[in-house]
Write a protein that binds this ligand. Sequence first.
Ligand code: FPP
Length: 248
Amino acid sequence: MSLAEKIDKSKLPLHIAVIMDGNGRWALKQGKDRTFGHQNGVEAVRESSEAAAELGVKYLTLYAFSTENWKRPKYEIDALMKLLVQTIDQEIPTLNKNKIRLNAIGDLKSLPPDSSKRLEEAIEETSGNDRMTLTLALSYSSRWEIENAIKQIAHEVQTGKLQPRDIDCNLISRNLTTKDIPDPELLIRTSGEYRISNFLLWQIAYSELYFTNVLWPDFRKEDLYKAIMDYQCRERRFGKISEQLKKA
Ligand code: FPP
């Protein structure tokens, strides 16, 4: 029995989020430049997207570039932006073939104009696909997103459209960039680091966290299956106790 067959399809996470980490270390271990790691990370993006869609996962969100990543050396940022455009151009036929819809969250205005233009076009070109939504978090950080949500809500209160008593968790969620996406049930981080790094802080309140030592460019379908199988062994109590879950 293969790993994929061992997965209980009736208990799949609807949404998986991934902090893709370890590209730089993967490249340096081979005496190569960090950008070589990013180039090889594309294969892992392809594998994980395909595996998730084949299983029936409806949403996959990948942390591709954080607002803090702008502090990296310019040559690395340029290489990542170029890779983004190249990958989008290369992958659109496969996304359409697999009926995957591309989506993006983050401060997309801060991307170089050609990258954001190509991204917008790809989002449009795949908008009719309904098997899975692949969201790229680009120039994204959770604190940036929450700050913006608070500003929007404050503005609505100031202009009288909302009363302070209307502010609740649902309203806050509806003002985040992920408003059309359910919260992830599973968050994966590769490369052996145990951090969240400003990713989906609000949305992962009850996510199961899975950390693996695999460096992102080595991440393959089997690694995603292992993460999902681990998730399926967890008891998700949402603050309740085990006995209450058994009665339900
Ligand atoms: C983290 O590894 C990875 C990134 C900041 C970039 C992720 C980009 C890709 C996987 C390339 C392709 C992606 C798309 C969506 C086209 P790191 O550089 O922080 O690694 P390190 O911790 O070993 O230095």
